[in-house]
Design a protein around this ligand. Structure first.
Ligand code: PHE
Length: 416
């Protein structure tokens, strides 16, 4: 935890808190530090950190900078939030161990959205209104980011979604960013893969009509696949949490598609895959990043073998930075292999820290400008430059579910 380090006796750089930020500094030594700081004075710029390569940096020991995270830590998309949280914590541990932001550690305040939009709005409201965080990380699912983003926007607190890919998310306003690619690109990456690698001429689509992510990605895939000369022979829907897909799948079976595109989240996709194979549909299934969870193989088992999805990173991708990240993550999380969410959580937290340093301030507008100026940041998930729409333009990888233990294996990279 970030708080531990700042009780140490090491030198502390002096920082000024804006009055609104002081409210949350609570107990014991924290209160003393807060009092010692000039209440009500203008925020002072953060001290620069030791340059890279300097002798052992001092752990951060100043007044913590509070950052929020809202995430599905429980519910049908629980691994999304858990993995993201782990990636963020790993990044913050590294940042704080090497001096934090001008000597101040970043402290994380995190709330569970349970995968529900109402909870997402509540969580973000608590973060920005009660906790007075300087920035918010989250959500994963686009529908939940769409529920949280307006709160950040109207409070003037920058939000960075590590992984929401629906176009509408960053359109909420100029405080809303993401460090991942968007679905028009992801949909066309999947369509290209289906056409060029799977040699598919026909496709069926089965999507979640209640999830903005699923609905948007279905639309983008359809557009791109048709443009490449393919034909959509069936387009049907389900609602997240449904248990029986027989009606849709029986109809899809009769159309004999070359590929079945399912842009859903892993719990539903796992259940669908089981029924796809049970009904004797043998074509490959293809999906987007929403498949990315160790639970997919757990739920679907053999039924998902030989199917593909697009993602932000693959653990077995040939890349030195990826290899180092996996090593550090495994050391912290009992040998677990990080998924794409963990990698994006890590990158999002690193970019936020980098922006805080460049802004030299926790002021919402200054921080927003610094995030917007992010350029050629070499993350675990690739090179990240924030464009004029506050999105990141990046490559996607295609992975295949195979091997023992069954899991995603790197297949190819698709560049924008
Ligand atoms: N892109 C998905 C969405 O917008 C979320 C997601 C990202 C899920 C990465 C898994 C991996 O809803």
């Amino acid at each position: 935890m970030a708080l531990i380090s700042w009780l140490s006796s090491g030198p502390r750089s002096t920082h000024t808190l804006s009055a609104s930020r002081v409210g949350r500094i609570a107990t014991g030594a924290a209160a003393l530090v807060a009092c010692a700081l000039a209440l009500g004075a203008a925020p002072a710029p953060a001290k620069p950190v030791a340059p890279d390569g300097a002798a052992a940096p001092r752990p951060a020991s100043g007044t913590p900078i509070l950052v929020g995270h809202y995430a599905s830590l429980t519910g049908p998309e629980a691994t999304f939030g858990q993995s993201t949280s782990e990636g963020i914590r790993l990044a913050l541990k590294e940042i704080n161990a090497s001096g934090g932001i001008g000597g101040r550690p970043i402290e994380l305040r995190e709330y569970d959205t349970k995968g529900e939009p109402k909870e997402a709005t509540l969580a973000v409201t608590r973060l920005v209104k009660s906790d007075n965080v300087v920035a918010v990380l989250g959500e994963v699912a686009s529908g939940l980011s769409l529920a949280g983003a307006p709160v950040c926007q109207s409070a003037g607190v920058p939000m960075i979604s590590p992984s929401s890919t629906n176009v509408r998310v960053t359109k909420v306003g100029d405080m809303i960013f993401r460090v991942c690619f968007i679905d028009p690109f992801q949909g066309s990456a999947c369509a290209k893969f289906a056409t060029n690698e799977l040699k598919a001429k026909t496709a069926a689509i089965l999507y979640d009509q209640k999830a903005p992510y699923s609905e948007g990605l279905a639309k983008e895939f359809k557009r791109a696949f048709k443009k490449l000369g393919g034909e959509i022979v069936s387009e049907l829907t389900y609602t997240g949490g449904d248990g029986d897909f027989t009606t849709q799948l029986t109809s899809i079976r009769s159309r004999k598609p070359d590929v079945l595109f399912i842009p859903g989240y892993y719990t539903d996709v796992g259940n669908i895959a089981l029924q796809v194979r049970k009904l004797g549909i043998t074509c490959p299934m293809l999906g987007g990043d929403g498949w990315d969870s160790e639970k997919l193989a757990e739920v679907a088992g053999k039924a998902i073998e030989g199917s593909f999805y697009s993602n932000h990173y693959a653990p077995d991708q040939p890349d030195e930075q990826v290899r180092i990240f996996i090593e550090k993550y495994r050391a912290d999380y009992k040998g677990k292999t990080p998924d794409g969410l963990a990698a994006l959580g890590y990158d999002a937290a690193m970019i936020l820290a980098d922006s805080l340093k460049r802004a030299g301030s926790t002021d919402g507008k200054k921080l927003r400008d610094a995030i917007a100026a992010t350029k050629d940041y070499k993350g675990v998930t690739g090179m990240i430059t924030i464009d004029a729409n506050r999105d990141a333009i990046k490559s996607a990888v295609i992975v295949e579910m195979k091997g023992t233990p069954l899991g995603p294996k790197y297949r190819s990279t698709i560049s924008p």
